[in-house]
Design a binder for this molecule. Sequence first.
Ligand code: ZN
Length: 134
Amino acid sequence: MEKIEHIGIAVKDLEKSNQLFASLFGESHYKVEEVKREGVKTSFFKNGPNKIELLEATNPDSPIAKFIEKKGEGIHHIAFAVKDIKAEMKRLAAEGFQLLSDEPKPGADNKLVCFLHPKTTNGVLIELCQERED
Ligand code: ZN
């Protein structure tokens, strides 16, 4: 893994949270993107070299809706940039980590992503992401 790519924060109201984080960082988000298949609407902020992703559920079955129901708003996942997501998935599966998908999936911000089950990572949902080349 290369570095932390972004930190994902689950929010109830993306519009309100966009304002809140804009005040916090002194800079507005630079993109909003809906990932229909995952039932989420996301927005991205830059803070120096770091990125923060806010996630709002777009339907009650969304993983974000379930997360907020259980734990409330807050840090949802930490995403790590990888060069070769398939190779990294294979390596981590062999190390005993549970992957949430067998194949990388298209994620927000032009990425291929795969998540690791938090029960195998000390309760932290980890996202692997590789920049897409299309
Ligand atoms: Zn993410």
